[in-house]
Design a binder for this molecule. Sequence first.
Ligand code: NDP
Length: 325
Amino acid sequence: MKAILVRRTGDASVLRLEEVDDPVPGPGEAVVRIETAGVNFIDVYQRTGLYARPLPFTPGSEGAGEVVALGDGVTHVRIGDRVVSETMRGTYAELAVAPAERLVRIPAAVSTDVAAAVMLQGLTAHYLTTSTYPLAAGDWCVVHAAAGGVGLLLCQLGAKKGAHVIGTASTSEKQARAREAGAEHAIGYAGFVAEVKRLTGGPGARVVYDSVGKTTFNDSLDALAPRGMLVSFGQSSGAVGPIDPLVLSRKGSLFLTRPTLAHYVPTHEELVARSAELFGWVEGGAIDVRVDRTFPLAEAAEAHRALESRQTSGKVLVKPSPGRR
Ligand code: NDP
């Protein structure tokens, strides 16, 4: 099969299309013919070596397509099922393998592309707004990178719950997109603390969802109301440095958490429950999934360049195989 292989870590040029052996499913595993793979920042971190992986490897954990082979003892899925997962091994390829219990059947009304586009970022927006800090009507919240993949979904979910969403984004075009998605206010990063204080009438936000990291982290703490929560869930601008817990006390007995998706979908049951609610929102039109651009598998490097250089607003996809729909 054709697959992208990373033989050494580095810039996007290390993503090379090669011919490799087809994967063979082990016990409890399934092989999926990948119609659509989702491109995520974690793929960039693994490519650069920030998150270490043994070499060589095929990037991509998110993908959707058709089950084509099963290992022993698989009961969750059958050959021919249309499935999606955020935890497959090597979805930048025509075929990828996964533990069958990490695959979710795609509802009939949802296209394979939309399923691949919403799984990882949608589950993230789901757990952040329902479990990490459960947003309630009337809460003031800040969403950084509000026109990004996770950001647009957070804006929509915040508005759906009746929260006041203040989105930040780097350009007026992106700010307009955040407003369309449900942000009550959309502003630039410069001076956002003062603007959040002004908009909230003084105290600041109950919660800041911060995926930008290095360049926003300290200001995000300052934008919080006393006993507010900073949800630091990403590092698109670089890693956040060490922090003295006393800072949280001084700035208003704040809460700080650094969550990751895996800990919010640890079991098959929780994965299925969160996905069912997420796909219900998609089917019912409560959230709109914006695909920014789609690349053929051979151009995976271009997909990474677009994501890293802040050109995108929404999801980036890679298409390894032609699909049924
Ligand atoms: P986005 O679509 O949000 O893309 C990143 C955005 O970050 C850019 O478009 C840009 O928006 C903003 N940004 C700010 N500074 C920089 C910079 N220096 N370089 C690049 N981008 C910058 O990506 P995703 O929605 O896919 O992911 C967002 C973050 O969330 C990532 O860090 C990812 O790793 C993390 N994440 C964490 C998860 C978790 O469970 N913890 C799960 C999923 C994602 P603008 O131009 O408007 O500033």
